[in-house]
Design a binder for this molecule. Sequence first.
Ligand SMILES: Nc1nc2c(ncn2[C@@H]2O[C@H](COP(=O)(O)OP(=O)(O)O)[C@@H](O)[C@H]2O)c(=O)[nH]1
Ligand SMILES: [Mg+2]
Length: 250
Amino acid sequence: MSGSSLRKKGDAVGDGALAEQVKAGDVRAISRLITLIELEDPEATAALKQLDGTRGHAAVIGITGYPGAGKSTLINQLATAYRRQGKKVGIVAVDTTSPLTGGAILGDRIRMQDQSCDTGVFIRSMATRGQRGGLARATRQTLEVLEAAGYNVILVETVGVGQNEVEVAFVVQTVVVVVAPGLGDEVQAMKAGLLEVAHIVVVNKGDRENADATVRDLADWVPLVIRTIALKGEGIAELITAIEARPCIR
Ligand SMILES: Nc1nc2c(ncn2[C@@H]2O[C@H](COP(=O)(O)OP(=O)(O)O)[C@@H](O)[C@H]2O)c(=O)[nH]1
Ligand SMILES: [Mg+2]
């Protein structure tokens, strides 16, 4: 699909119509602009320029960690909790093209289904196509779009493997690294890398018996460790409180 085929007939590049529709919260316009961003279409640049200065005050939260740690489950719970507060929630799932995570998005879509019929929740998967650096830029621009469209909370799911994903951590305000108990070697590896960018570490799957040991182990390394059972919604309120306590700077 080319960028131009996404343009409606009669739309001139930079005529401001798309930006206006985005500002009005039009979900189809939001999706279209994000696709244009991914395609690096000139209309995206023009529309982003027109959105500039109309940014809302969204809390942008990165949820990162190895596959299977429970990020999507946690995001589903966070989105539900924020919806109960009356907030509009954007969810951006950043996939990688690595075979390790191939096909993850479909599963995530299904797991996030609780949210998908709710008009107060916008869910988008970002395609990465393996480019380095471009992912962080496309993600940052997508966040600008959602912010301008009036989303109050934006949750960005990334697989915390590789430089590309670590760069995404720099476009969010709060980085939450999710680990599952008993990963041993993985936790050791994360101490050297991902945990350095973490503001909050979540030990999910707190229902597992070795969760306490993992919490104790990590407490020496990172400022804040929270134990959750995402499957049951336990620890979500504590996590939200911790996120709110962070300063709103990017
Ligand atoms: N026992 C247990 N399983 C969980 C918990 N949270 C998530 N899971 C399961 O862990 C698996 C991976 O979860 P998912 O959210 O897809 O992880 P992601 O790859 O990090 O997004 C799924 O089968 C979830 O049902 C939890 O708190 N306890
Ligand atoms: Mg996931």
